[in-house]
Design a protein around this ligand. Structure first.
Ligand code: PLP
Length: 408
């Protein structure tokens, strides 16, 4: 078995060797500036165009020119929201959800301080949005709606097509943060009523430092980085050529293999989930189990601190996380789990395991052996934990091993 067991793929993924090999010559041989007129530059330009087509295919865009390369998902989200409000200066209302990634959440909080009115849509105990609440939130003054496709902490997938229909019926601009779902499931921006959509290369085995913003043809998108003429005047700055080439290759591979990979990953995730629920008394899954990313398991161990579990997991070489990598280091419990109304005794003990197709059954077996030992050991250190340790572990795995707190 490899030294590390990497179950933190929603934070970032390993660059596939094929992706790396495709990038390599763009550091050493084809280092021309794609904006240069000479052949050394125009060769590189052609490779960027190819990568643009690969990314367009991954998200089902009608035209590769709808893809604008960025530096990451955070940039794409910021650019989309800022550009949409800039293009409609008379409108002062935004709609988003309470469970967005900090890249959207933080920006909308910032805009709220600047005088925009923000409607924060809530979620139920399963992490699902109420579409009636969305309908009621939309007004003449609404500049845009921004909703994530899949949640990075729980894996819960929102019905983006239905949300898009509701938003577009009112003629409002619709942005989707698809950072977690891109590469895990084929997307079809051509057919889905979406105006702008964000993805990030490092979430699907591409390199870090590159992302893409899809902008449907005809959507008014002012320049979000001003300078040269790159990206058809919308995102100035010399392109991250190796990054773009790598993201293109990763997109091509993901498009080819994501359906088969999903099945493999879902099986592993389900084995992990069943094993942990069976072996750890007082454990529960956070987030609905259907319409969930196949690689993600968010599980709470009652009365424990998720961070303590992570430290002991790390001693076995197991990498997981408590939530978004971007909120790591904050002692605040997850805003996603709070929005779902997860009770206090379960809130701190959440751990997110996020797998990829590079993981194996052997790794899942190892984690299934070690986690119950860690949970028992940590619970042995506190009075409440000792109580939980006395609970029998369940023979058959239900959603939670705690009957009272089932589903939050
Ligand atoms: N949106 C979601 C849903 C994410 O999970 C992340 C990263 O975890 C981001 C946006 C930010 O992406 P990046 O790390 O590329 O800035």
């Amino acid at each position: 078995m490899a030294e590390e067991i990497y179950f933190d793929n929603n934070a970032t993924t390993r660059v596939l060797p094929e992706v790396f090999e495709t990038m390599r010559p763009f550091f050493t041989e084809f280092y021309g500036n794609p904006s240069s007129i000479h052949r050394f530059g125009s060769q590189v330009r052609q490779s960027i165009d190819e990568a643009r087509s690969q990314v367009a295919a991954l998200i089902g865009a009608a035209d590769p020119l709808e893809v604008i390369f960025t530096s990451c998902g955070t940039e794409g989200n910021n650019a989309a929201i800022r550009a949409l409000i800039e293009s409609k200066p008379e409108k002062r209302h935004l709609v988003t959800t309470r469970v967005e990634h900090p890249a959207v959440l933080g920006l909308c909080q910032h805009l709220e301080k600047k005088g925009y009115r923000v409607t924060w849509l809530g979620v139920d105990q399963d992490g699902m949005l109420d579409l009636d609440e969305l309908r009621e939130a939309l007004t003449e003054d609404t500049a845009l709606v921004s909703v994530m496709h899949a949640n990075n902490e729980t894996g819960v997938i929102f019905p983006i097509e239905r949300i898009g229909q509701i938003v577009k019926e009112k003629g409002i601009a619709f942005h989707v943060d698809a950072v977690q779902i891109a590469g895990k499931r084929p997307l079809n921006t051509k057919r889905t009523p979406i105006d702008l959509l964000t993805i990030s290369g490092h979430k699907f085995h591409g390199p870090k430092g590159v992302g893409a913003l899809y902008a449907r043809r005809g959507v008014a998108l002012p320049a979000f980085i001003i300078g040269g003429h790159q990206e058809r005047n919308r995102r100035a700055g010399t392109e991250n050529v190796p990054g773009i080439i790598g993201m293109g290759k990763a997109a091509e591979i993901a498009l080819r293999s994501c359906v088969a990979n999903s099945e493999h990953v879902r099986k592993l995730r389900d084995q992990l989930e069943t094993g942990l629920l069976q072996a750890c008394p007082d454990s529960r899954v956070n987030g609905q189990r259907h319409d969930r990313l196949p690689n993600t398991l968010n599980i709470s161990f009652k009365y424990l601190e998720g961070e303590s579990v992570l430290v002991l997991l790390d001693q076995y070489g197991i990498c997981a996380s408590t939530g978004s990598a971007c909120t790591a280091g904050s002692s605040e419990p997850s805003h996603v789990l709070r929005a779902m109304g997860v009770p206090a005794e379960w809130l701190q003990g959440a751990v997110r395991f996020s797998l990829s197709e590079l993981n194996t059954e052997e790794e899942v077996r190892f984690v299934n052996q070690k986690v119950p030992l860690i949970v028992e050991r940590l619970r042995g250190l506190s009075a409440l934990g000792k109580l939980a340790n006395q609970q029998p572990a369940k023979a058959d795995a239900n959603r939670t091993t705690d009957s009272l707190a089932a589903r939050g």
